[in-house]
Design a protein around this ligand. Structure first.
Ligand SMILES: *Cc1c(COP(=O)(O)O)cnc(C)c1O
Length: 230
């Protein structure tokens, strides 16, 4: 693997990953959470994808196939390509994206049937919540969650697994994570197995764990500070 440009500090990568894993274990103990129900997702944004492959190699786990999660804002016209490589999408945030994903999953099903090949496993999706007071911001406002969830549950090839949220304001993390946890409980009334909570980033994952987070999305604490081309 070539990495001559070294856009990231590869040597510290495995070390920081190990340190974050330890912090997660400690935070789980403090929050009285079972470590086994918490998944760490390494966020590689603005870094080349080979950062993740490099990390896997350094951890001596090169024989494992990484699972790719898509977490960012997703344009509808990219739905097809993301469905090809991502096993989970954390940012299902609007009806037009749901429609685009359902349409592409439908095409996959038709192609599989025409060619007599097994259909690709369903794509796991989290509904992204809008926790701000501004309804125009991305995400589903909690009061619309159940009606939106019904549409997701009816869509082909998509497996609704839970909710996702980003704490909106510094200092308001507890309020926001509590809102995510409440939304998750509401969702589980109509979809009991959709019990995952994608919440918590480098600066707030300990708090997120106290409010039930099952999937932590951690970038800079592992990859090092993002460097921008100037
Ligand atoms: C960037 C990003 C993260 C990771 O943030 P860090 O602060 O670097 O850990 C997590 N979730 C989303 C949606 C992001 O855009």
């Amino acid at each position: 693997m070539t990495n001559s440009t070294s856009e990231y500090d590869a040597s510290g990568l495995a070390e920081r990953y190990g340190s974050v894993q330890e912090q997660i274990t400690d935070a789980c103990r403090l929050a009285d959470r079972n470590r086994d129900e918490v998944t760490l997702i390494v966020v590689s944004k603005f870094h080349p994808a080979d950062l993740v492959l490099n990390l896997i190699e350094r951890l001596g786990r090169a024989d494992e196939v990484p699972t790719w999660h898509f977490i960012g804002q997703l344009q509808s016209n990219k739905a097809k390509s993301v469905l090809r490589y991502a096993s989970s999408i954390h940012s299902l945030d609007r009806l037009s994206l749901l429609e685009a994903l359902a349409k592409e999953r439908n095409k996959i099903a038709v192609l599989a049937q025409e060619n007599g090949i097994p259909i690709a496993p369903a794509t796991k999706v989290f509904i992204e919540l809008n926790l701000t007071d501004d309804p125009d911001r991305g995400g589903i406002v909690p009061s619309n969650l159940l009606s939106f969830a019904e549409l997701v549950l009816a869509a082909p090839g998509l497996d609704l697994v839970g909710v996702m949220g980003v704490a909106s304001l510094e200092g308001q993390e507890e309020r926001d994570f509590a809102a995510i946890q409440k939304a998750s409980a509401d969702l589980q009334r109509i979809a009991p197995v959709a019990n995952l909570i994608s919440a918590g980033m480098s600066n707030d994952f300990q708090t997120a764990l106290r409010f039930g987070a099952t999937h932590l999305r951690i970038g800079t604490a592992i990859t090092g500070p993002r460097q921008y081309l100037t």
